[in-house]
Ligand binder design. Structure first.
Ligand SMILES: NC(=O)c1ccc[n+]([C@@H]2O[C@H](COP(=O)([O-])OP(=O)(O)OC[C@H]3O[C@@H](n4cnc5c(N)ncnc54)[C@H](O)[C@@H]3O)[C@@H](O)[C@H]2O)c1
Length: 415
């Protein structure tokens, strides 16, 4: 079979990850076009993937305007920049891998999914958590009836104090108007994952949460008027010091995420310049961030099962943790291992999982492998995050956010 020809729209963090899959699997996928306004990232992807010069452009519209010349498009632009390219490339008949979230509002999500369904294209959303070995094992165990019927689920997303500060205080997703609200930006994965594992539609939601800590009022007095970690007398005592966080990574010779988000110069001078001038050196108490740092969501499913979900920014960084309570036993998972407790035998057993090495617990490349296979064989059944269910779980997220804002229980739209 010929390698699937891919266009990458947006050569930032996510675009690079998906393009790397093609580099590592040249027999099944090849990047033949890239659109990216930032010169360094555009040139770097073009060179690494040997993209023909005529297909290396600054803006996605240039590629969408041409007659279709590849099999599929990967759209990895920022959240607010998904709808227009998604609809344009769908109309051209490209198979599509669209990063999550579909779009920042329900109507745009609906429009994207309608376009994908109308054109009958292979369409996958970047819900990478569905594609890990861990998730597949957990889902198979639940489906096998090992713990009977699932009655309730407790699911925790410990975002991690530094990851939260990096992405959601200083970074791309710090301000709702500029990107999207926290539950959509980060936890749309989790509400989608719960739906997948439980195998039921969510019908009602309630939610609480706020931005509690990363606000001016919470700034330690000792930090005085400093607005950047590089000039702050309190910096050595601050858990959120950008100076400590990024320079330590540099000392450990790390060059990948998250250091590659703040600079392209992996030297002390390069990182210090980013901390002195760029957003990632700002004091976490002195930014126009407004997304919540903690949120809980309660979910009711069609068959009466329930789930409670917690997203917490001020946590040790680690994988999500889940307990599934069934009628005959419990399953506990921490992203690495699964433990089963059986009510009849009163025995606990550890269930081993084979892990693969790519990002998001193997989900990044798991998704790409499935997507590429679906495109090559014209068989959408390889896609675990297709249009209809992705829209359904996005609508659950919008309902939960409305529940939080309006302090009420919300039905999930479209049911
Ligand atoms: N699936 C996941 O687990 C996961 C994880 C992180 C981010 N994301 C999502 O992936 C998307 C991209 O996130 P990211 O971290 O890679 O962001 P990023 O900012 O690193 O990359 C986005 C890129 O799009 C480029 N771009 C802007 N305008 C463009 C245009 N007109 N044409 C082509 N490219 C253009 C930007 O220059 C940038 O390089 C977001 O929607 C984000 O929410 C998904």
């Amino acid at each position: 079979m010929k390698p699937v020809k891919l266009l990458i729209i947006g050569a930032g963090s996510r675009g690079k990850t998906y393009a790397r899959y093609a580099i590592e699997h040249p027999d099944v996928a090849r990047v033949v076009g890239v659109a990216e306004p930032r010169e360094f990232f555009r040139a770097s992807m073009a060179e690494k993937n040997q993209v023909p010069a005529e297909n290396v452009v600054e803006d996605w519209t240039e590629l969408a305007a041409r007659p279709k010349f590849a099999d599929a498009v990967v759209i990895a632009t920022s959240d607010a920049l998904h709808m227009e390219p998604a609809i344009a490339f769908a109309k051209k008949g490209y198979a599509m891998l669209l990063e999550k979230p579909l779009a920042p509002d329900a109507e745009s999500c609906q429009r994207i999914v309608e376009a994908a369904l109308e054109q009958n294209i292979i369409f996958a959303v970047g819900h990478v958590m569905r594609y890990t070995q861990y998730t597949q094992r957990l889902k198979a165990l639940v489906a096998s009836g090992l713990i009977g019927d699932v009655v309730s689920v407790q699911h925790l997303e410990p975002v991690g104090y530094w990851h939260y500060a990096h992405s959601f205080v200083r970074g791309n997703w710090h301000n709702e108007a500029a990107s999207s609200f926290m539950l959509l930006a980060k936890s749309c994965h989790d509400l989608d994952w719960l739906r997948y594992i439980i195998g039921q539609r969510c019908v009602q939601v309630s939610s609480f949460g706020s931005l509690k800590h990363f606000r001016k009022e919470e700034k330690p007095e000792q930090a005085g008027t400093a607005t950047r970690c590089m000039d702050c007398a309190y910096e050595t005592q601050c858990p959120y010091s950008a100076k400590r966080f990024y320079l330590n990574r540099l000392e450990r010779n790390e060059q990948g995420w998250p250091l590659d988000v703040i600079t392209t110069e992996f030297t002390r001078e390069g990182v210090e310049a980013a901390l002195n001038d760029g957003p990632y050196g700002k004091c976490v108490y002195e930014i126009d961030n407004d997304v919540v740092d903690h949120q809980v969501v309660n979910l009711l499913y069609e068959n009466g099962a329930t789930a409670s979900f917690t997203m917490i920014g001020t946590s040790r960084i680690r994988d999500r943790e889940t307990i599934l309570f069934g009628t005959c036993g419990e399953l506990r998972g921490d992203g690495e291992k699964i433990t089963h407790y059986d009510f009849l035998t009163e025995k606990t057993a550890e269930i081993s999982i084979e892990h693969t090495a790519s990002g998001h617990g193997g989900g990044d490349f798991g998704l790409m492998a499935s997507f590429v296979k679906a495109v090559a064989t014209h068989d959408a059944s390889y896609i675990l995050s297709g249009p209809a269910e992705s829209l359904e779980t996005h609508l659950t997220v919008f309902a939960a956010e409305q529940a939080r804002r309006e302090n009420r229980v919300m039905p999930v739209q479209g049911l």
